[in-house]
Structure formats: structure tokens, C-alpha cells
Design a binder for this molecule. Structure first.
Ligand SMILES: [Zn+2]
Length: 266
């Protein structure tokens, strides 16, 4: 039984056919899905989906690419209320994004400062509410974003666990954070032939410290690459990682399912 731990089910590319998506997922052995919120409204939508479908849980948070759009002064209080919902499995998607340009009217410096402010506030809220966190990080090149992520998460070691989603960096970067109880998760990039660092990390990470995800509707795995992604396709990522680790897909399903149960407290 596979779990897709990161799907944007509220996205306009998926939300109108959720019942059909969930049926195809179940047919592919993907029996549970975590719907990932990106701002206050999307978090509320993900909780609505989780209320309607027992196999879906939700996260609530503000994605770094949406920090300039969240203008409610009481956004933290709104998030705190959503975090108290019984179907809320974690806080996020939160983090830092140095890949995309700042929106019109924002300097890079101010944009990144606002991302840091939102990320730090959500880490504190997670510790306060006893939730773990789903973390986004993306660089154009190099490790500047990742270094800042590690710096901001480190004070919370032992108080909360983070999953660094869509892991594509070398294992040497993951090893110290995994040592501190955090997790990494793999998308369809693990199925791409030219992703040596992702493959290296997927082969090296210990059982219990990694999970599987689609990041639907984005980053579809081979053989659906460049099409719209959906939760059923997490099976392709599971198969690729089973091959990289020299184990059965059944084993991968068991250890990633166990890791997700513990992390999200499903
Ligand atoms: Zn995402």
C-alpha cells in the first residue's frame, strides 16, 4: 500500500476530478494521499477534500512563492486555527525559494526577507501545535537556499521533524539532517535517467527516513514525463527506488508507509 505524501489536490488541474483520481490511485495501490496547502485558501480547500475523502489528509501552510500574496495581518492566527483541524497532518508547504524571480514591485532582498519571516513563523507555529513540517527549497544552482534552510531548521532539531520534499541534492547534504531525525522525500525525478544525485540519495538513505510523493500536478515520472501528474503515478517512483536499492516494491511500500504514518501520524 503506497502513500503519496505530497499532492496539490486543490490545484485547478486536479480538483474537478478528484473522485476519478482517487479511484485510479487505489487501483495502482496508492491508498492514502496527503493534500498540500500553499496559502490560507488552498489549505482550507485541502482540509475540505480531506473531510470528503477518508483516504486523504491535509497540510496547512504558506508556500514561499505565495508569501507576498498573503496579506491578512492575522494569517498566523488563521493558520493556527486550520492546524487544529482533526484532518491536518502537518504544517506546510513552507520554506524558501531562490529559483523564481520576485513578483513585480518586490526587490530580491525584501522578497527573501519575507520568505524567511514566513518560514520562521511557521516553524514556531508547528512546534507550538505539535506538528511536523513539509519544507520546500529550490535554488537556481549551488546550495545557498539549502544552507539557509538548514540554518533556520537547526534550532528546532528535537522539537519537530521536517520532510525536505522533492529531494534532488547529493546524499552528503541529506545525511546530517537525517541524523537529526528529519526526512527526505522523492518525486518522479527518481525515475529520470539524468538525475545521479537523486539516485545516489535514494540508494543511500536509511529505511524509515524517506517517503514517496508525486508533487501532482507537477513533475510526472517516466513514463508520463511532461504530462500532468497524479497520485496513481507514485507507483513508478516506488518501482524506480526499489530497483536503485535492490529490494522489492513491497518492501519500499512498507518502509515508506511506516515513515509516513509516523511523520504525519495518519
Ligand atoms: Zn508542493
Amino acid at each position: 500500500m503506497l502513500i503519496d505524501t505530497h499532492a496539490h489536490l486543490d490545484s485547478c488541474q486536479l480538483r474537478d476530478e478528484i473522485s476519478a483520481l482517487l479511484e485510479r490511485a487505489a487501483a495502482a495501490g496508492v491508498t492514502r494521499i496527503v493534500a498540500i496547502g500553499c496559502d490560507i485558501e488552498s489549505s482550507r480547500s485541502c482540509l475540505d477534500i480531506a473531510e470528503r475523502f477518508p483516504q486523504v489528509w491535509a497540510t496547512v501552510g504558506v508556500h514561499p512563492c505565495y508569501v507576498t500574496e498573503v496579506t491578512q495581518p492575522d494569517w498566523q492566527e488563521r493558520l493556527r486555527q486550520l492546524a487544529g483541524h482533526p484532518r491536518c497532518a502537518a504544517l506546510g508547504e513552507m520554506g524558501l525559494d531562490y529559483y523564481h524571480d520576485p513578483p513585480d514591485g518586490w526587490s530580491l532582498k525584501d522578497y527573501q526577507a519575507r520568505q524567511h519571516e514566513f518560514f520562521s513563523a511557521q516553524l514556531a507555529l508547528a512546534a507550538e501545535t505539535g506538528k511536523n513540517v513539509v519544507v520546500h527549497q529550490r535554488d537556481r544552482k549551488g546550495l545557498e537556499c539549502w544552507r539557509d534552510i538548514v540554518r533556520l531548521v537547526t534550532p528546532w532539531n528535537g522539537k519537530l521533524r521536517a520532510v525536505f520534499h522533492c529531494w534532488i541534492l547529493p546524499w552528503a547534504e541529506a545525511a546530517p539532517v537525517v541524523e537529526n531525525g528529519h526526512l527526505i522525500s522523492f518525486t518522479g525525478i527518481a525515475t529520470y535517467p539524468k538525475a545521479p544525485e537523486t539516485h545516489e540519495s535514494a540508494a543511500a538513505v536509511p529505511d524509515g527516513s524517506f517517503m514517496l510523493e508525486t508533487d501532482s500536478p507537477y513533475i510526472a515520472p517516466v513514463p508520463h514525463r511532461s504530462q500532468r501528474n497524479e497520485p496513481a503515478y507514485v507507483r513508478h517512483t516506488a518501482e524506480a527506488i526499489a530497483r536503485l536499492r535492490g529490494v522489492s516494491i513491497k518492501h519500499i511500500a512498507a518502509v515508506t508507509g511506516g515513515a509516513a504514518d509516523a511523520f504525519f501520524r495518519l
